[in-house]
Unconditional design. Structure first.
Length: 446
């Protein structure tokens, strides 16, 4: 639109363009930057990024676009090499590890500002089910501060969460609803409805906002996700003196659930490495089951994980990939113990794991339910109990059914299920929205 003059040039005439997380630009975003530069001869572009932390290649981001600003547009590169987060031992290990990434923009080592040495500990495992070993370590070595367990996959986060809960340790998962828009979560849709906005409403009054919050708290008092929804609303209100309707809608559409997670003292945070980006913790434990570090993409993901730690970094791994880094650690040990299989597994199902068309005639009933409501599993279907009667409200997709079957063949059985979120969804050819359920399913060994 900019290049074809289909937009008011006054809206794109700027003097300064600041790009944060510039290493994560994709082709479309870089094309926009180039178009703005073409229309503004005197435009000053400030791109801030770390190509070592480009971990979103799966969605099209590529640090080559940051590099193009230097090679194609003669941008000057300034390296910021002081690390204000991590202790010396963690920074030293990170420097050692990151050198294996090819085609890096940075060449100088990072230096730690703090004088604290900290701790980098490697534990190599020769057996299986090392999740139990990591949890043993977390519990026995915890000495205060914020703590996070980082894993490679969503399934691993849920196994770790199950073990911690089984042992009575308070833990929280950095959650996500994938590509779904948080604007469509039932609680937030209800709040928007209770704002009673008209077509010409530009600014939401404090009275409208307060009344809608009250209505939400009353109607969804037994929803397990209500506290998180209130955090989302409070975040917007606290950061905006005037509550513009358009700003609120953009805020919801552009935010992700994981953006609102807050680390707490004494509560173990569990996250995938991808979701940990931008966060920091006093103590970080990394779970690596036979890690593949051959590709630069995987190395960058691990680099992000390691650099979340401020004081203590402990890496539990199986295989041999990290043997060569043991001299970069402050402590290295080998654990030959055979650990038992986790007794509890939780599956957090996404919209891809449920049969979406099954929901289409059930909107009225589903919207009477709340997050946290118990569900009963019979075959592929999930049932709710409402007013003393049992109703089918969800159905596993074929792929999900096969996945559950493969788990049950290993000796597990479904113990319970519940609603995690209720979300509005609209199929490509649908005229009306459908309310869908994203459930959690618990399985137990034996």
């Amino acid at each position: 639109m900019i290049r074809s003059d289909d937009i008011d040039l006054g809206k794109v005439t700027k003097t300064v363009l600041v790009i944060d997380e510039a290493q994560d630009m994709d082709a479309n975003e870089f094309s926009l930057v180039e178009a703005l530069m073409e229309r503004n001869d005197e435009l000053r572009v400030i791109a801030v990024g770390d190509d070592d932390q480009n971990i979103y290649q799966f969605r099209g981001s590529d640090s080559k676009y940051l590099r193009k600003l230097i090679t194609d547009y003669n941008a000057k590169q300034y390296d910021l090499v002081e690390n204000y987060r991590s202790s010396r031992s963690i920074v030293n290990f990170a420097n050692c590890f990151v050198k294996e990434i090819t085609e890096r923009l940075k060449t100088a080592d990072i230096s730690a500002v703090t004088s604290q040495n900290g701790e980098v500990r490697f534990v190599k495992h020769t057996g299986s089910y090392i999740e139990n070993a990591l949890i043993d370590d977390v519990i026995s070595t915890y000495d205060g501060g914020t703590t996070c367990v980082l894993t490679n996959t969503n399934d691993e986060t849920l196994v770790v969460l199950g073990i911690l809960k089984q042992r009575g340790v308070e833990a929280k998962l950095i959650q996500s609803i994938g590509s779904l828009d948080i604007y469509n979560i039932a609680e937030l849709r209800y709040f928007i409805k209770k704002l009673q906005l008209t077509d010409d409403t530009a600014v939401i009054s404090n009275e409208q906002w307060g009344n809608a919050v009250y209505e939400l708290q009353t109607a969804y008092s037994d929803s397990t996700c209500l506290p998180l929804m209130l955090d989302i609303l409070n975040t917007f209100k606290e950061n905006n003196k005037k509550l513009y309707r358009s700003d609120f809608e953009i805020f919801l559409h552009e935010s992700r659930l994981e953006d609102f997670y807050k680390a707490e003292q004494g509560v173990i945070t569990i996250s995938t490495m991808h979701r940990s980006k931008g966060r920091e913790f006093d103590n970080v434990y990394v779970l690596l089951n036979n890690p593949d570090i051959a590709s630069d993409e995987n190395k960058r993901k691990l680099y992000v994980a390691f650099t979340r730690a401020k004081s203590k970094l402990c890496v539990h791994y199986s295989g041999t990939a990290f043997d060569k880094y043991k001299d970069c650690a402050t402590d290295f040990s080998v654990d030959e113990k055979e650990y038992s299989r986790p007794t509890d597994i939780t599956l957090q199902l996404s919209y891809k794991d449920v049969y979406l068309d099954f929901f289409k005639d059930k909107k009225h009933l589903i919207l009477k339910l709340k997050s946290g409501a118990e569900l009963e599993v019979e075959g592929r279907r999930l049932y709710c109990n409402y007013c003393g009667k049992k109703y089918p409200v969800a159905q596993f997709s074929r792929d999900c059914s096969n996945r559950i079957q493969s788990i049950t063949q290993k000796g597990y059985s479904i113990k319970s299920a519940r609603i995690r979120y209720i979300v509005a969804w609209k199929g490509e050819n649908d005229e009306r929205e459908t309310a869908i359920i994203l459930p959690d399913v618990d399985l137990k060994l034996g």
